[in-house]
Write a protein that binds this ligand. Sequence first.
Ligand code: ASP
Length: 317
Amino acid sequence: MGIALFTLGGTISMAGAARLDGAALTAAVPGLETLDEPLDIQDLEPVGSGSLTFAQVLAVAESASAAVRAGAPGVVITQGTDTLEETAYLLDLVWAQDAPLVLTGAMRNPTLAGPDGPANLLAAARVAAAAPARGLGALVVFNDEIHAARWVRKTHSTSTATFVSPDTGPLGHVIEGRVRVLTAPVRCAPLPPPTAGARVALYTVTLDDDPDTLTALAAGQDAVVLAGFGVGHVPAVLVPALAELAARMPVVLTSRTGAGSVLRSTYRSPGSETELLSHGLIDGGLLHPYKARVLLRLLLGSGADRDAVAAAFAERG
Ligand code: ASP
């Protein structure tokens, strides 16, 4: 059996009004015929990545696992780039196989000069088939770089070099078609797929914020991810509302900066990380707010209580 290729939608498949299916996508890739492993294509619903749901992504994970169990050495998923940093992390959290699960897409559609989709697809297929990529979990291959799903971010709205891992750098590169893995991410045990839905809001604090906005957003939610200033700070005026919220539901503290960790005990001023954690907020560590929301929603969907959520963030944050 060859490498399993699952196609969703996104820029990589957008040829004007028409959508390229897997056969058309692969036909446009010079060099694909040189791969040792053929591609076994499964076209899925060509939905834009902004409209993907957890259920759809988890269904892809299940189909990808089935393909590996049936003998596929690795899996490639093409999708839109907008939510790829979240879908990749969700897939990574549940992926229980050694086989590489590789996501890619494109920033320039096939009708433009210099579309990046074909090169990204070829590099992704090479990584999916590569022995050194085994055991690394879900990977994002883009612009000839290999990124861990845990760390990768979309950082630019149009650049073909949009995917970067600000905290770690890439795990490796594809060089002259050769897969070079330079470093391996720390992997945690796979999480069970959720058995129920969960509503998790993401709230980003801003200058001169007010608690009413936060309280209104949190109404009807099961949990909140808070993207705080810098190392995990909020305006002092938000603290009572956050304390009250954290007494009712998990509230995970992350940084809105996009790189680096929230702290635990450096600042003690009103609205500081020390004060927020003393009120029961959960330390999100190095997790970006978007990824923290993915983890929190997955945990709550499989019945985790506040202590289990805190333990999971202590391990994975
Ligand atoms: N809006 C597109 C999507 O995420 C953008 C892309 O593919 O890059 O589906």
